[in-house]
Design a protein around this ligand. Sequence first.
Ligand code: GLU
Length: 424
Amino acid sequence: MSSALGIYQDDVFKMACEQFRVIADYLEIDENHRERLMLPKRAIAVTLPVHMDDGSTKTFQGYRVQHHLTLGPTKGGTRFAPDLSMGETAALAMWMSWKCALNGLPYGGAKGGIACDPTKLSRSELEAVSRRYMQEMIPFVGPHTDIMGPDMGTNEQVMAWFMDTYSVYQGYAVSEIVTGKPVSIGGTEGRRESTGRGVVYLVERAMDLLKMDPTECTAIIQGFGNVGSVAALSLALKTGIKVVGISDATTAVYNPKGIDVKAAEQHVLKKGHLRAFDQGDRIDPNEMLVQKCDVLAPCAVDRVITEKNAAKLQCRILAEGANGPTTPEADKILDQRWTEVFVIPDILCNAGGVIVSYFEWVQGLQAFSWSETEVTDKLFRILEHSFSQVIRRAKAHKISHRMSAMATGVERVMKAKRTRGLFP
Ligand code: GLU
């Protein structure tokens, strides 16, 4: 274990391991099998030299972690973020494994990315870095080995460059190599909106259970990227919830009278960020999280609900659109507050993205396409099943929703490994 921790040394990886330990204790997994389940099967680091616009050559570091190959190919997003490390990538890959297993997808988890700030790259630099990354990954990925998708800092265009680079090397169009592509080159209808839509579907289910009337409720959403913006729009326009707080990396806006989310979206489309959006008061982003609201949806980075603010949360529902937004220390506090705060854990709450990625992959393999209604119906059916399972197990075993969700995911992988056996 100590040597593996050396490779993946990182606080987020430690957090994922700690979460796993809690689940492994609950499931009474034998010590002999814990590392086999927890540690990534493969971790690839690549160095990416790229010509910059000013004539210089810059070297970027890229990663891909394939967590387990027991249930099918690995699947997961590609993150472009300045501080990305192998350890964080490994933690995110581990969470993808439990997420795919919980939702019954025939995948192991993966995650990858490049340590870079995409907002500081020109379009041609972004293209060069994306293509170089995929080119270096060709020996390790494939439609039946490891399928990339989008994540923080990447978008449909980056997926298109990945697909093109891979296809050029194969000599024919391989649309199934990535998901989250533009619809014009084999992407699926409804993928871009899928994570945010999933978050809102589950918030509505939680409100049903708690007998809350959405039209009398308020929501605060942290993050205004692909997940947060769709969730905010759909909460406001579809359910009638009043959105009172939104934020992105540049600012946080709070308005107890309600924010016009459509106007915020237009602002971001024009300027690229929320800064200077003037419908409400500026608020300290950390303060925004502890304001009174019915739904708090962290849809940005990991570890924002910590032991420092968990006791102060004033929401009724915590909808985790981000990966790993709540630390294990915060979880202990939320466990005590289970009658006050209804947690929809990340591997359930944000699973809409990878579920529709799975639909995109299936459509690609069959060279067939489904309508947006078909995609969304199928998405909600899977989420409904996972939601009921998580709630049922939590009630029956008197455990938290996170414990219930993670235990279901870990157990599926464990059973599959046991059934397949150990070779040789
Ligand atoms: N990045 C998303 C996630 O964390 C989706 C990954 C994918 O579509 O492969 O679940």
